[in-house]
Every structure is written in structure tokens, then in C-alpha cells.
Design a protein around this ligand. Structure first.
Ligand code: 5AD
Length: 339
């Protein structure tokens, strides 16, 4: 096993603020080397299915939050979701990520049926859920039905920042509680945060890194905050690709075995974001398998990319790009290689 290599607070501050180009390049190189040691030059792909943009939550930064009356709401039915999985399987995906707003109509029975069906049709796949906060009973039922992984970002480990990003009916403690509980059920858990979200700071991102140390998630997802025109944060600055990639590298070095995606948000603010993420130590990419009407309305932030390299139809192009840098896409469940 590789050792976890945790930075001191002072080192983190320096890495996140320095203008020294060679120091930053060394950081990325070290992260790449660690990713290569654990996962070789293989990039795992996950087929993202955006199952609903109805949401009962009011997260202030998010374009599909309950207060937004301007978007067209949609939800996929069971048949459409299975159809996406079918298409995905043919493309070579062996993990499906069911992601959606917290849609009360899509209840536990709905998901149990879908999970069981996908596992019956495609036993050699993994199912990842990204469905927000649910009851303990619900997490239990979903795991029992055959779901393998669950993504729930903590968004900010600083309580006061968290509370400014969310209405009073949400709390950081609840998210952490959910994650700890899911892990105890046997889920592989994923957490993460938005880089440079409103009210966040270098100090709050250091807290994010330290919360991740405590939770030891198998998956870590981060991306720059990007403003959405129908939210109260519409005039806030977007996060940068520079800080996002530094944080990616730090997280890789501290968590050698983690599955870390190069996210759509990073590729949305930076046209070379996908490859920059990989070159900073990420080892996962999540192309979109959703039908086009879903893609167009699953607008978490403005100008969200859903074509070309973001789409499952762009896999060949993505693989060509990765190969130019010595990486390749693999047809694989893409399991966590840590303990
Ligand atoms: N900018 C960037 N990321 C966002 N997310 C939601 N809204 C935004 C935004 N405006 C991210 C959150 C959430 C994930 C599904 O998408 O971190 O957990």
C-alpha cells in the first residue's frame, strides 16, 4: 500500500496560493505519478444518466433548485432509464451513475425496481447513485437492491459557508451523517465540493481537504463553482481551472487510491479542462448518457457542456485525446483499488 501523504496546513496554504510555476508543476507531476502507480494509464468511464430535474431542495447555487420557475422540469421513467443503460453498455460503460434532483415521485420502490432490473440485465456492472439526501431506510433498501456506490458532496466543510450556500433545512452535519451511515452499509461513498463557491476561501478549502481525510471516501468529486442565471448567485465569479487543478492534485497526493473524476464543470470553464484534470491526477471521466431533452434541461449551472467530449457519443474522440497524453479509456467496472 502507498502511504497517505498529508500536507500541513501551512503547506496547503502555500500550494494553493503560490505564484511559483515550478512548484505548481511539481505538484501536478507528483499527483500524476501517484495516479499512474495505482491506476496505471487507465481512465475509467462512468455513464451519467440525469434522471430528473425536479428537486425539493433549495441549494442557492444550483440551477435546478426548487425556487427556479424558469426551467422546464422533466423526469425519466423506468423504461427510458433502462434504455440509457442499454445504450451505455453497448458503448462500453460498466458503471452507470443515476443522478437527479430530489424528486419525490421517484421513490424507493421506483429505484429498487430499476436497480434490480439493471443488475439482472447487466450483472457485470456497477450502479452509482447521486440522489441527494434520503432516509436511512431508503439508503438501506437501495444498497440491498444492488446499488454499489453513492455520491453526496459535502459542498463546504465550513459550517458558516455551508449555511450560506443552503437554506436552513439543510446542514453539514446531516450530509456527513448520511455519508458515514452509507459507508457502514457497504456503499463506496463519494464526497467533494465546489471550488470557489461564494463565501468560500483558501481556508475553507483547507477544511474541505481535512474533512475528506476524516471521511476517507472512495470517490472524490470537485469542480469549479459556475454561476447560474436564475439563482441568487448569478453575478458571482466562477471558480478557476488553476485552483481546481491544484486542489485535484493535492487530493490525489493525500488519497492515492481515490477515484477522482475530471469533471464536466472543469471542462465547462476551461476548454482543455478534461485533460488538465487527468494531468492533475484525476482518473475518471463521466460522459453523459442522458437523452437530449434531459441534457438540455439538467442545468445545474450556465453553459453546462453536454456535447462532444461530454457525450457518450464522443467516446472515440475522448480516447484519442487521452492517448495523445499516454492515457486510455478502459472497459471496466473501475473499482476502488484501496482497502
Ligand atoms: N456550479 C458548479 N457545480 C454545481 N453543482 C450544483 N450547482 C453547481 C454550480 N452552480 C454541483 C454540486 C452538486 C453536483 C451534483 O453539482 O456540487 O453536488
Amino acid at each position: 500500500m502507498l502511504q497517505n501523504n498529508n500536507f500541513s496546513d501551512k503547506e496547503l496554504y502555500e500550494l494553493l496560493t503560490t505564484n511559483d510555476k515550478s512548484m505548481i508543476e511539481n505538484l501536478h507531476k507528483k499527483a500524476r505519478d501517484i495516479a499512474q502507480k495505482v491506476y496505471s494509464n487507465e481512465v475509467y468511464i462512468r455513464g451519467l444518466i440525469e434522471i430528473s430535474n425536479f428537486c425539493r431542495q433549495g441549494c442557492f447555487y444550483c440551477g435546478i433548485n426548487r425556487a427556479n420557475t424558469r426551467i422546464k422540469r422533466y423526469r425519466l421513467d423506468k423504461k427510458e432509464i433502462i434504455e440509457c443503460a442499454h445504450r451505455g453498455y453497448e458503448f462500453g460503460f460498466r458503471t452507470f451513475v443515476l443522478q437527479g434532483g430530489e424528486d419525490p415521485i421517484q421513490d424507493d420502490d421506483f429505484f429498487v425496481e430499476i436497480i434490480e432490473e439493471i443488475k439482472k440485465l447487466y450483472p457485470d456492472t456497477r450502479i452509482t447513485l447521486s440522489l441527494g439526501h434520503r432516509s436511512k431506510e431508503s439508503y438501506y433498501r437501495l444498497k440491498k437492491a444492488g446499488a454499489d456506490r453513492y455520491l453526496l458532496r459535502h459542498e463546504s466543510a465550513n459550517r458558516s459557508v455551508f449555511n450560506k450556500l443552503h437554506p436552513a433545512d439543510q446542514s453539514l452535519d446531516q450530509r456527513v451523517d448520511d455519508l458515514v451511515y452509507m459507508k457502514s452499509l457497504g456503499f463506496h461513498i463519494g464526497t467533494g465540493f465546489m471550488v470557489q463557491a461564494p463565501f468560500s476561501s483558501i481556508e475553507s478549502h483547507i477544511e474541505d481537504i481535512k474533512l475528506i481525510r476524516k471521511l476517507k471516501p472512495q470517490m472524490i468529486g470537485i469542480g469549479p463553482f459556475i454561476s447560474h442565471k436564475d439563482t441568487i448567485f448569478k453575478d458571482q465569479n466562477n471558480g478557476t481551472s488553476d485552483l481546481t487543478t491544484r486542489l485535484l492534485s493535492i487530493l490525489r497526493i493525500e488519497n492515492p487510491y481515490a477515484l477522482i473524476p475530471s469533471t464536466t464543470a472543469l471542462n465547462t470553464i476551461d476548454e482543455n479542462g478534461r485533460i488538465k484534470g487527468i494531468l492533475s491526477g484525476a482518473n475518471v471521466i463521466m460522459p453523459n448518457l442522458s437523452p437530449s431533452y434531459a441534457k438540455e434541461n439538467y442545468t445545474l449551472y450556465d453553459k453546462k457542456k453536454n456535447k462532444g467530449l461530454e457525450s457518450a457519443f464522443g467516446l472515440k474522440e475522448l480516447d484519442d485525446l487521452l492517448r495523445r497524453y499516454g492515457y486510455k479509456i478502459v472497459v471496466d467496472k473501475g473499482d476502488y483499488k484501496g482497502e
